[in-house]
Design a protein around this ligand. Sequence first.
Ligand code: GLA
Length: 388
Amino acid sequence: MEERRRYISEEFNKRYGRLPSIWARAPGRVDLMGSHTDYNMGFVMTMTIDRDTWIAARPREDNQVAIYSCNVPGGALFSLEDIQRDEAVPWTNYVRGVAAEMQASGYKLRGFDGLVHSTIPFGSGLSSSAAIEMATALLFKTLSGLELDPVDMALIGQKAENEFVGVSTGILDQYSSVMGRNGCAILLDCRHLTSEVVRINPSLHVVICNTRAKRNLVGTEYDERRAQCEEGVRLLQRFYPEITALRDVTPAMFEGQRRALPALIARRCQFIIEENQRVLDLAQALPEGRPEPLHALFAASYSGALDLYEIGAPAMSAMMQAMSTAPGAVAARQAGAGFGGSMVALVKGGFLEPFTEHVTKIYQQETKIQPEVDAVQAVPGAMILDWV
Ligand code: GLA
């Protein structure tokens, strides 16, 4: 931590000719259950991971924000009075978007010079974008002296993503990044924006297996899934006028009317309805740690994601094969939006090394891609590390 800080301070000094006075950090996340349930107002079992994004900053007095990164080239200097999208350096849109949405909500912001440093792999489904958004929101909140609770910040981040960046994601990523708990998973209720802490049995490791395969079409396919779920709700409302989201549909209600839905819409709805139930079941199974129920829940989630929701990818199938046959593997499934990216496994204590070795070897044989296999710990949600 000290070394990272020293490095960022030096880089900051090189760029801005002075030292940072405030440090914000926000972590990435991994979902243990609940794919695409968030925009259906359902449940997700999520946890923060010990990979995070820091922004070192120093306030400015001229209503401008300068933002650069230690990880990627380019950056931006923009005025808080006229915030435009930047097509040339798209990552800066997360910072611009948060500023624009905070101002649209009536908050008066103070600008800053900022330098980002992240240990979250980009574009791999571990919420690197939510982390930069939440670190940005926290910086603005602190430097501008605003009253804003973590859920307000998550909603602003989601709005930035939906309206400024233009991806119609749910609340999962931002909520996890600000509300995640040390050492525990959280059971998130996406309708009420509340969560409960869920203990992970200490005999288990959570291991992220990043396929590192390029994710194609994730935006378009994502929006399509969302539209199909909305269509399902519209059709089911003819029979159940009280429902407003798939969250309100029980398996029995669905079975009663599934024939009234086009086959594709029915498959999408079935996945979400069953996945919601699996999240609730996992809240029981995770603290108990018994391998059979954990295995069954993860396996059903994976096969539903593949066959019903169709968010698989060849690299994910290869990774699933590698994870499921590895020593110590208890349970394995997709993570994030799917279509490649990272997957997640629960691994028995003491088996990390042979698990990692096996997954790396088998996946690489099959795909010729070197995966990233990493045990992760849940860490506290976004915070100011230091402010002088
Ligand atoms: C992405 C989105 C989230 C969520 C997941 C799928 O991570 O940003 O809102 O929909 O996909 O569960």
